[in-house]
Design a protein around this ligand. Structure first.
Ligand SMILES: [Zn+2]
Length: 311
């Protein structure tokens, strides 16, 4: 689709960095909060109240200032109201950052309500389910119910699609690479840069049907992913937690009363292994269902993008 729209003869992996549209819309911080609150209006009152509490005045450092750290995050201490750091700049992307970070703070608030000190902290795995759930929900709300411009829609849909490709498929490819490389080491096979590049070349063929030897250096991608060196067998959890989040969202989308299980998941803090925690919330990561949910989401976003590009 991108190849056709951009009029390219051939699609390379780096073409995915070409935006199909750029949103020029501006949203004040108040408007951002409002959009987020409206997006969860159909969900349980308690969930809405938690969202309000998470973004309460005094607990969010909203704008850029001299010397302030970049980026955005939610931070808190045991039994304390969590704080959010933003560098809000009125862009549409930042609207989604507000929803994302609010998800982390809501998670902390819920966990503190139920969990004792020892199990109040949660894993990154469950944390990103809490935050990206809000983003999936806001995206659907924004596309369907607000007066989003054509550029807004295309940009958001493209980003969400790229997010699935980058977080789900690409990280799975890296995990497959890692497994192969470690297997070779276990067998005592000498590892050279040709061996490692060879694995990548094969995997890109298998995953994307792309010949990366045409891209001048792309076969060395294994050398510039720090996780592969410093945190072995870490990348797979990007894919698995993304799948868990999407399945959780799908359940609520089908039936808004399913938000209760989502709230229970947030309340469970770090009281069990993540796989067990999400299982209790209706997401069985030992089955195919969560992964199929990602594939279905990709299909429906592509359909929406196709329509938006023709508008
Ligand atoms: Zn996050």
């Amino acid at each position: 689709m991108r190849k056709e729209y951009l009029g390219l003869d051939k699609h390379h992996t780096y073409d995915r960095y070409m935006p199909l549209a750029t949103s020029k819309s501006k949203f004040t911080y108040t408007e951002a909060k409002d959009l987020f609150f409206k997006s969860i209006k159909h969900l349980d009152k308690d969930f809405q109240d938690k969202a309000q509490t998470a973004l309460e005045d005094g607990y969010v450092d909203v704008y850029e200032t001299d010397g302030k750290q970049t980026g955005a995050y939610s931070w808190g201490s045991i039994n304390e109201h969590p704080y959010i750091l933003l560098n809000y700049d009125d862009t549409l992307n930042n609207v989604f950052t507000v929803a994302h970070e609010a998800g982390h703070s809501m998670h902390s608030l819920y966990s503190a309500e139920v969990q004792p000190v020892a199990t109040q902290n949660y894993t990154i795995f469950v944390a990103e389910v809490a935050s990206t759930f809000n983003e999936h929900n806001l995206l659907d709300y924004f596309i369907k119910n607000s007066d989003a411009s054509r550029e807004d829609k295309i940009m958001l849909l493209q980003q969400s699609i790229d997010d699935i490709l980058g977080t789900f498929y690409r990280q799975t490819l890296f995990a497959a690479y890692e497994l192969k490389a470690h297997e070779l080491a276990e067998q005592g096979t000498p590892i050279t840069y040709e061996t490692l590049s060879g694995i990548m070349i094969d995997l890109y063929k298998e995953f994307y049907n792309i010949d990366i030897t045409e891209e001048n250096g792309k076969e060395f991608i294994w050398a510039y992913i720090p996780h592969l060196f410093y945190t072995p067998f870490y990348v797979y959890q990007y894919s698995t937690s993304f799948a868990a989040s999407l399945k959780r969202y799908e359940l609520v989308k089908e039936d808004p009363t399913n938000i209760q299980k989502h709230i229970d998941l947030l309340k469970s803090g770090g009281n069990d292994y993540p796989v067990n925690q999400v299982e209790k919330a209706g997401v069985d990561l030992t089955s195919k269902a969560p992964f199929i949910a990602v594939v279905n989401r990709l299909n429906s976003l592509l359909d929406e993008l196709e329509v938006a590009l023709k508008e």
